[in-house]
Ligand binder design. Structure first.
Ligand code: CTP
Length: 371
């Protein structure tokens, strides 16, 4: 409806950016970006409900009954000073100019109202071949916005694409520009990098391109990061789990974790959660893991046992995993907090600390197969 309204009013309008890429890849989409020849004031005149989200950059949020859309005027960005944001934006009336300034060919596709894909930089072919290629000259793209190098690695981690050789070389050449980017922005991309389905490849490129050297506190950890990248888990870690596993792999103590995560501008809450989990994990890693230890670990860290096994057993022991599957339902029983009352009833105990002590003993006996 938005495209139609803009077109009826005589403007050009297209879906652009990540949502086009994700639809063509059959992936779920989050935000829908629209690019138009209409200037922000013209967009605002056409729609009842709008919010100025970045009017200097030409973006107006349009709210409809069904969804919200970011509608951005076609633009070129001429001069860049802080390697992150263009300090001068020029609105233009041409889609081509707008697409030319985008980072990667797969992000530079546009879709018109009739569903035709406008593909000026062979993004469709790159999508098919799973290649991540900068639009035009990669040096220019990364010089304009150094964060794009981290975005590239993040896309590798999430899409499983390979970096086109010239794009990869440009990252290797320009990696030191990352030092000029704000830590908050790098943090966002780094967390996504750790959480992609193809994080092994993403993290490997992060190390091989030497981008890690220009990220806070990672300079001496190339090898540890490679080990981290080799860890395989069946599930996508949460942000908290990703940081926890990273800290364990970098063998950090509490003081170092605090310092490191502060440098990364992580929230205090996240730092607290991670510092609570890492020592327990480090401690237990020193010992043989019997079922009870694994079970407790999983519970304390809110990670599934299967997940932990994949992560810390270099040769995942399938028999062990199968065995442990039997115990997984216990977590949910525990979560239902069923037991206090049951124990009171069954043993005819009054309320008191012995209830939880009894529960622990029972729990251990179940896990160890004695009960
Ligand atoms: N873009 C760019 N350079 C950047 C950031 C964004 O050229 N540093 C362009 C790309 O065309 C991108 C679009 O702006 O597709 C939207 O950017 P953004 O929403 O940040 O990322 P997406 O590519 O949409 O990816 P996702 O939504 O998955 O984060």
């Amino acid at each position: 409806p938005i495209l139609r309204k803009l077109q009826t009013a005589g403007y050009e309008a297209y879906y652009v950016g990540g949502s086009v890429r994700d639809i063509l890849l059959n992936k779920p989409i989050h935000d829908v970006d629209i690019a138009t020849s209409a200037f922000p004031a013209e967009v605002k005149e056409l729609f009842h409900r709008t919010i100025d989200v970045g009017i200097d950059h030409g973006t107006v949020m349009v709210i409809t009954k069904e969804a919200t859309y970011e509608v951005t005027t076609f633009r070129t960005e001429s001069t860049y000073q802080d390697y992150r944001r263009p300090d001068h934006v020029e609105f233009v009336r041409s889609l081509k100019e707008d697409l030319k300034r985008r980072d990667f060919t797969i992000n530079a596709l546009a879709v018109g109202i009739d569903g035709t894909v406008i593909d000026l930089f062979d993004g469709l072919e790159d999508l098919r071949n799973k290649v991540l290629r900068a639009v035009g000259n990669p040096h220019e793209r990364f010089h304009e916005d150094a964060l794009r190098m981290m975005r590239a690695l993040r896309f590798v981690s999430h899409l499983g694409f390979t970096l086109e050789p010239n794009t990869f070389e440009a990252i290797q050449e320009y990696h030191s520009l990352l030092a000029k980017i704000s830590v908050e922005r790098i943090n966002v991309e780094f967390v996504k990098l750790m959480m992609g389905s193809f994080r092994e490849a993403g993290l490997r490129s992060f190390v091989e391109s030497e981008c890690y050297i220009y990220c806070p506190g990672l300079r001496n950890y190339g090898e540890a990061l490679l080990n981290f990248s080799e860890l395989r888990g069946p599930a996508i870690p949460t942000e908290r789990q990703a940081w926890t596993l990273l800290m364990v792999m970098l063998d950090m103590n509490i003081t170092n974790i605090r310092h490191f995560m502060k440098e990364w501008k992580c929230s205090n809450q996240l730092i607290r959660e991670v510092t609570q989990m890492v020592p327990a994990l480090q401690f237990r890693l020193k010992y043989e893991w019997d079922n009870w230890t694994l079970y407790q670990l999983g519970r304390e860290l809110a990670l599934s046992v299967e997940y932990l096994l994949y992560y810390f057993d270099r040769e995942p022991n399938l028999a062990k995993i199968r065995l442990l599957y039997q115990y997984l339902p216990i977590y949910s029983l525990k979560d239902l907090a069923l037991k206090g009352n049951e124990v009171m009833e069954h043993f005819d105990y009054p309320r008191g600390p012995w209830i939880s002590m009894t529960l622990n003993v029972l729990e251990q006996e179940v896990v160890e197969g004695k009960l």
